[in-house]
Design a protein around this ligand. Structure first.
Ligand code: ADP
Ligand code: ZN
Length: 739
């Protein structure tokens, strides 16, 4: 038993502090315990991250007390947090904060206490009630509401009656009701009835995949399985049965899904199989709900967690399986420190917990594909759709030809218009996809070439017709729409909009298909609560004929009556200054295409593009992941890009460009000599997004065969280097966004 505890305190300090564990607490303090410790002149809360044998210091102070009995974080999860901090070169307390939701960590987090009001015998005594009515009409009114079955919670009852809790307490004094105090878990899925489903008999391809996963679970040789199955191949059913296998072994499971596909539809599929054994963790829950769901797992009442990124750290003891659905999704990467990738950390947690990890997708990330090719991961393939429904037929439309035919650039090719009309005539549904919101992507003066740009960011402003304004999609700034060129010397009134966004597509579609019900779904529409589920609900029941949207509608949705998907401009993501642009385009096109033909009628996809022969577009038109991967991997290998290297992106930002440039140069001079020779180092350069929110941004890109070759020296350099006060530095290990 150690007499020392290493503690990370709540306040942001990138350090661990040693304390003495007092005699009385020696048996109780464990890694993961929450403790109160003296800190300077005050007392602060912290978490025990390790129990070292000895400490180098002899001026240590004692832990004051322990908070709670069972550690909130298990030793293994704490170990994982420390690994995350180290691997991603992030402050350790940010990692501790990540593994424990604030709703659980906060001082006043506790189960919500609801007071129930329960009618007593006196309430059915007509004579007593008559007297009450005469003497205390307010109390009688409360009783009426309660007896009509309207309300039961004290707070709700008082509110419904338009009175205070005091009135209800008056009723209690007179013996009409009893107020009881009971802790009850808030259930985010309350009020929904979920029908229990049974396991389906697996198809042969599912059977094979399941056998591989079972082997991974039982023997850990190897522990990770990449489940590469086309959309609609039945991956979810395989997950469900694998989870069941874990439960039968007395173990728990975690299912990670991207936030965007964490819809009631998804959650319900798991719930209808496992009921109360499921706890849901995601950011749309209230703090209280999160707290309760988390504790259901912590106490072992629920053994399966489903959630977005951070559910990875769910407090489940004895894990048997972690599933990462849509493992290629970029939203698994956290945008702030620690900038961890949930898929990679899932593999690490699996390793630490000695449990199997399943990575499922229709378009594997090249990182996972590489691991499967080299035998590090087992590979399960499911190339067919369930019931052998056909994959959709994809037609690529060359918009250059379209333009030369009509003499102008059009938004809808004649093929697409015809195809939509045919669907409308047959009462089938259509999805139109464009990964750009707003109306027009820029405002350009044809005379002087002026482009309306955000004053704080180096990006053009997007025109929003619905609200009649210009908006910056980076910082959110809003500006009025000028009626002539704002440039002093020009002032030309012919200033015009260029580039298309979803709003423009919506307007054009309304003109082309006047009888159709059209609905748009993008981040501008879904700012209202419930808009997302309302729009999807309308589409599901057939109230909407055409759904127009951004990547929000590209993923995970299952609408059997959709027989046509139109991609308005496939090139949008292709010309980004990012080596993953091709991969991203391929993934997105394949995912949207997967929305077509999930019912009895086979689907069609029409892809409009100005670069029809681009390899990503060609491969996605054949729904040929492996063809795409072969070609792309070759290019990655030659240029030493991931998955053949780890890419570390250091971004420095500040308001004064000279200062930013000077600091990053100086930092490079400190860091570079410390790096092993084999690290490929880019010189400091302005970031592709050179300015955001008034801050200039410069970057250094480093590539190395192992991330540690860089992060080790990088941490030392960061410790040594003194940044000017107004300059900030962020480190992104295995960076996904290079903007
Ligand atoms: P994916 O997750 O690969 O896109 P799903 O799991 O959503 O595929 O499966 C597509 C459809 O096929 C779902 O409606 C699902 O209920 C059904 N399905 C999956 N497996 C089977 C099976 N073994 N037998 C019958 N239907 C199945
Ligand atoms: Zn801006």
């Amino acid at each position: 038993m150690s007499s020392y505890a290493r503690v990370v305190v709540e306040i942001a300090l990138n350090r661990e502090f040693d304390y003495i564990i007092p005699e009385a607490l020696r048996d109780a303090v464990a890694v993961g315990s929450q403790v109160v410790v003296p800190f300077g002149k005050s007392e602060v809360r912290g978490f025990v991250v390790a129990l070292p044998e000895r400490s180098d210091r002899n001026d240590l102070r004692e832990i004051i007390r322990l908070v709670g009995k069972k550690p909130l974080i298990s030793g293994r999860v704490m170990e994982l947090a420390r690994w995350v901090a180290e691997y991603y070169a992030a402050p350790v307390e940010t990692a501790v904060r990540t593994v424990l939701p604030s709703a659980v960590r906060q001082k006043n987090a506790r189960f919500k206490e609801q007071l129930f009001v329960i009618p007593m015998d006196a309430a059915s005594d007509a004579e007593a009630v008559r007297r009450l009515r005469a003497r205390s009409p307010r109390q009688a009114a409360v009783l009426d509401i309660l007896l009509s079955g309207e309300a039961m919670f004290l707070s709700h009852l008082a509110k419904t009656a338009g009175t205070t809790a005091g009135t209800v307490r008056g009723l209690e004094k007179k013996g009409f009701v009893r107020i009881s105090r009971e802790a009850m878990a808030r259930d985010p899925l309350a009020g929904q009835t979920v029908l229990r489903t049974q396991h389906q008999k697996l198809m042969p391809q599912q059977e094979e995949a399941f056998a591989l996963i079972r082997r991974a679970m039982d023997t850990l040789a190897p522990p990770v399985v990449l489940l590469y199955g086309v959309t609609g191949s039945g991956k979810t059913e395989v997950y469900l049965q694998a989870i069941d296998h874990a439960l039968k072994q007395g173990k728990g499971a975690i299912i990670l899904v991207p936030e965007i596909s964490l819809t009631p539809q998804t959650v319900e599929r798991f719930q209808s199989r496992f009921g109360d054994d499921i706890a849901v963790l995601h950011s749309h829950l209230s703090g209280g709900e999160r707290h309760d769901e988390w504790h259901r797992l912590h106490s072992g009442k629920a053994r399966i967690a489903i959630g977005a990124r951070s559910a990875l750290f769910a407090p489940i003891e004895n894990l048997g399986l972690i599933v990462v659905d849509e493992e290629h999704e970029h939203s698994y990467k956290q945008g702030e420190a620690p900038r961890y990738h949930a898929r990679d950390v899932a593999v690490m947690r699996g390793h630490m917990e000695r449990c199997a990890v399943v990575l499922g997708t229709a378009t594997p990330s090249l990182e996972s594909w590489h691991n499967a090719q080299t035998g590090k991961y087992a590979l399960a393939r499911m190339p067919h759709r369930v019931d052998h429904r056909k994959m959709p037929h994809v037609r690529v439309i060359d918009m250059r030809l379209e333009a030369s035919k009509t003499g102008r650039v059009t938004m809808f090719s004649s093929e697409l218009v015809e195809a939509v009309r045919a669907r409308l005539a047959r009462a089938e549904q259509v999805i139109l996809f464009l990964n750009r919101r707003g109306h027009s992507t820029s405002l350009i003066c044809p005379k002087c070439g002026y482009v309306a740009t955000c004053s704080a960011c180096s990006v053009p402003l997007t025109y929003h017709k619905v609200t009649e304004e210009l908006r910056c999609h980076i910082c959110g700034a809003i500006e009025p729409v000028p009626d002539r060129c704002p440039s002093e010397e020009c002032r030309d009134p012919r200033i015009r909009y260029a580039g298309i966004g979803t709003q423009k597509v919506e307007l054009a579609a309304a003109k082309l298909f006047p009888k159709a019900n059209i609905q748009r779904m993008d981040a501008d529409v879904t700012t209202q609560k419930d808009a997302y589920s309302r729009i999807l609900g309308d589409f599901r029941v057939g109230k909407t004929d055409i759904l127009i949207g951004t990547q929000m509608i590209a993923k995970g949705l299952h609408f059997p009556n959709v027989t046509l998907v139109g991609v308005i401009a496939a090139d949008v993501a292709l010309h980004m200054p990012d080596f993953r642009a091709g991969e991203r385009t391929f993934q997105l096109l394949t995912q949207v295409a997967g929305r077509a033909g999930r019912g009895d009628v086979s689907g069609e996809v029409i892809v409009q593009t100005f670069t029809p022969f681009h390899p990503s577009i060609q491969a996605s038109s054949r729904i040929d992941f492996e063809g795409f991967a072969d070609q792309e991997m070759e290019f990655r290998r030659e240029l030493f890009y991931p998955p053949y290297s780890h890419l570390i992106c250091i971004t420095v930002r500040g308001r004064v460009e000279e200062q930013v440039k000077f600091s990053i140069d100086a930092f490079a001079k400190t860091l570079f000599p410390m790096l092993p020779e084999k690290v490929v180092r880019g010189e400091p350069a302005p970031a592709p997004l050179a300015r955001t929110c008034g801050q200039y941004r410069w970057q250094i890109m480093l590539r190395a065969a192992s991330a540690r070759a860089v992060t080790g020296p990088l941490r030392t350099a960061l410790d040594q280097f003194r940044w000017p006060k107004e300059v900030h530095c962020t480190v992104d290990v295995d960076a996904i966004s290079l903007m």
